[in-house]
Design a protein around this ligand. Structure first.
Ligand code: GAP
Length: 514
């Protein structure tokens, strides 16, 4: 699947727009349009219902985005939430140092002592991303006369990470968009938290941060929830909300943005049961994506190697998806031990231990944290749903969303605008709308109307034709198989409910053959 096609479909169909687009947009910020907001809301609602409403051992919370700045000292974000950043003095561009790859051409043997080493840096999450753009970059430099020797005479480059190039040699590197070597600065740590000021005076004493994760709001409310919520360990607190990170390189559409939504759980348990709960959440969260339509082998569960783990974590796994731009993280499940409650206990001076009535002992609970991104989930569901297939000899674009996530559940179509069909369609539309998000479309040929809804991911179409007027039946059409079958109009609400809840699509005529 081509990412550009998906981005343009999202724009064209009102799923996702660049933020403040009439002013040229703002890098790292996106707006969800009428279809996108329904899709993302359905994802968040499904997460909330499955992880909180339907469970006896979970409660929800909704914390403020701006909190006492001490929260971020305790959590380690003030001191450590930073990426090494490199600036280019020539182009004024900024890069994450750990995403710069250096292609080093050893010219010692051929350049007669003029330039021994020529190196260009390219940016990309992976070496392969950078390697992909290498030949364009070299052709460009060659065309503009910036190569020390002819393009065709260059030897094979050696690829190294920028940070592993000795400092003394970095002056010889040409930056990703630069024309001359030596314009990249040394890496500096750049804190990713957005800062603001609470109150009228913009001084250090009033400095606050927009939260970079929703998790800390849960930890600092642990005691409030225990004291008021009649919860008993093991239990979890879930939260959905906006988080903000001043990412150096926001990219890949909504995958890495500066304002995004997280869906996080902190699950508190006895220290000796934490390993079991970790295994449980790792499996349960992975299955959740499969149950909502990510059935392909593009979904992976990857356990972190010991050297990838934070010092307080004994185990972490990432749920990953193979996006068109590479395999990347959708959600992390971390065994965080008692690190977070311990830190907040230390920094706040408040006792955050829990008294276990059953075991008659007091302890600091251990925490399992399944932390998902609503926007990344939206992107994965979009990528997985996007298909181009053949129907009746024509290629169509279709978003094959799981019915639970589909923005519109059904579209009602009067076949023609006469003979009582629009009136019957209007009545059915009104009946359905009391229960589901449905859409009515009278404009254009019926085939075109089907295609428009296929592109929006609407799982079912309901057509009112001449026969409907005489016998009161309507035609249901299934988006994926294009099968059609008749249902009495009076039963349409129940029939749609059954289908949305997973009842199999009945056999019927297939549109391609009709
Ligand atoms: N409390 C743990 C935590 O925040 P994280 O791995 O930094 O862990 C969790 O973030 C999830 O939040 C990620 O798996 C991703 O889905 C989402 N996320 C993080 N940064 C993001 C960004 N810049 N844009 C979109 N989603 C992001």
């Amino acid at each position: 699947m081509d990412m550009d096609k998906l981005v343009s479909l999202c724009k064209r169909r009102g799923i996702i727009f660049p933020s403040s687009e009439i002013y040229g947009g703002l890098n790292g910020f996106w707006d969800y349009g009428p279809l996108g907001v329904e899709l993302k809301r359905n994802i968040k609602d499904a997460w909330w219902r499955d992880n909180i409403t339907l469970r006896d051992d979970m409660v929800g919370i909704d914390c403020s985005i701006i909190m006492n700045p001490k929260v971020w000292e305790a959590s380690g974000h003030v001191g450590g939430f930073s990426d090494p950043m490199v600036d280019c003095r020539e182009t004024k561009e900024r890069y994450r140092a750990d995403q710069l790859h250096v292609f080093r051409y050893d010219l010692a043997a051929i350049s007669e002592g003029r330039v021994q080493i020529f190196a260009v840096a390219l940016t990309g999450g992976t070496v392969d991303d950078a390697r992909g753009s290498l030949s364009d970059r070299m052709t460009n430099l060659s065309r503009k006369g910036h190569l020390p020797i002819k393009l065709k005479d260059l030897p094979e480059p050696e690829v190294v990470e920028f940070l592993s190039v000795p400092v003394a040699d970095r002056d010889g590197i040409v930056g990703p968009s630069a024309t001359k070597p030596g314009t990249l600065t040394e890496p500096r740590n750049f804190n990713l938290m957005f800062e603001s000021h609470a109150g009228a005076i913009a001084d250090e004493a009033n400095k606050v941060y927009l939260r970079p994760e929703t998790a800390q709001g849960i930890f600092v409310n642990f005691k409030n929830v225990v004291d008021t919520g009649r919860v008993k360990i093991p239990f979890g607190i879930g939260q959905i909300g906006k988080s903000f990170r001043n990412e150096i390189n926001p990219r890949n559409f909504i995958f890495r943005s500066r304002e995004f939504e997280q869906m996080e759980i902190e699950f508190f348990c006895r220290p000796d049961e934490a390993a079991e709960w970790y295994a449980y959440w790792r499996k349960t969260r992975f299955q959740w994506y499969i149950d909502h339509g990510i059935k392909s082998d593009k979904l992976r569960l990857r356990d972190h190697d010991p050297d990838e783990l934070a010092f307080y974590s004994t185990a972490t796994a990432d749920i990953e998806y193979e996006f068109p731009f590479g395999v990347s993280e959708l959600e992390g499940i971390a065994h965080r031990g008692d690190y977070d409650l311990g830190q907040h206990q230390k920094f706040s001076g408040k006792d955050l231990t829990y008294f276990d009535e059953e075991k008659k002992e007091r302890y600091l609970p251990h925490v399992i944290e399944p932390s998902a991104g609503a926007d990344r989930a939206t992107l994965a569901f979009l990528c997985e749903a996007y298909q181009e297939d053949e129907v009746g000899g024509e290629t169509r674009t279709v978003l094959k969303f799981h019915p639970r996530l589909a923005p519109i559940k059904a579209a009602v179509f009067p076949l023609v605008k006469r003979d009582g069909m629009p009136e019957m369609a209007e009545k059915l539309y009104r009946d359905l709308k009391k229960h589901f998000n449905v859409f009515q479309d009278e404009k254009g040929a019926i085939g075109r109307r089907y295609r428009r809804q296929d592109e929006a991911g609407t799982p079912f179409g309901i057509t009112i034709d001449g026969q409907s007027i005489t016998d009161g039946t309507v035609t249901f059409r299934d988006r994926d198989s294009c099968r059609q079958w008749r249902v009495p109009s009076a039963n349409a609400v129940q029939a749609l409910r059954d289908l949305l809840e997973g009842q199999a699509v009945p056999g019927g005529e297939s549109e391609g053959q009709a």
